[in-house]
Design a protein. Structure first.
Length: 216
């Protein structure tokens, strides 16, 4: 019998972070010998729709689609009202679950003129075997399904991909991992899509399709 695939979904930030600066500002391991803040509050649209709420909703929608296809889904947080977990703890959840794929879900808040589009980050230079071809393949597959519906980033990365050495959750992962920045919440067009149920479903459909394609 084939092993049931396991996917860890990591909706960035959390609803209680802003009111608990003492917790989220403490320094934790970030990989490559560095430390960084446990977590952050995330960004929001100009109208006040928060990134943490967007991330949570999209992750749950992705999870529902994966579960319906026989995937065991693990989330790094179980509500949008808590605090954290810290970025190193989020990586531990993926590692401990022996995940076939770890996908972090975020949105950006760039104020650069005209900045819009999604990008998919992966850890580079790789620190272990999982951060090599497995993570690059996951990132590319997510990029390919997302760009069937959404434009690639005009301001970060290249052709929708962004190799990064500063993202703790990716650096500390020993499982194939990627981080999706779904778009720019400060861009009026993307903010409008992110703020609607239909728009969030479109993001979820594209991310779920990418994960399923990667799992094969």
């Amino acid at each position: 019998m084939r092993r049931q695939p396991v996917v860890v979904l990591d909706p960035g930030h959390n609803g209680g972070n802003a009111s608990n600066p003492g917790v989220i500002n403490k320094q934790v391991p970030a990989g490559r010998g560095e430390t960084k803040a446990c977590n952050t509050t995330g960004t929001a649209t100009n109208a006040g729709y928060t990134e943490h709420a967007f991330n949570w909703d999209v992750a749950r929608r992705v999870g529902e689609e994966l579960t319906a296809r026989g995937v065991r889904v693990v989330y790094t947080r179980d509500s949008d009202t808590g605090v954290g977990p810290c970025v190193d703890e989020r990586a531990d959840i993926g590692n401990d679950a022996n995940a076939d794929a770890v996908v972090s879900i975020h949105a950006d808040g760039s104020t650069s003129s005209g900045a819009h589009g999604f990008h998919v980050a992966y850890s580079s230079p790789a620190l272990n075997a999982a951060q090599g071809e497995p993570s690059i393949s996951l990132a590319r597959t997510l990029r390919d399904t997302l760009r069937q519906t959404f434009p690639v980033s005009t301001y970060l990365g290249s052709d929708g991909l962004a190799p990064r050495d500063d993202l703790a959750g990716l650096n500390l992962s020993v499982r194939p991992a990627a981080l999706v920045e779904c778009g720019n919440m400060r861009n009026a067009v993307e903010a409008a899509a992110m703020s609607t149920s239909d728009g969030r479903q479109r993001y979820a459909d594209a991310i779920a399709a990418g994960i399923l394609a990667y799992l094969g």
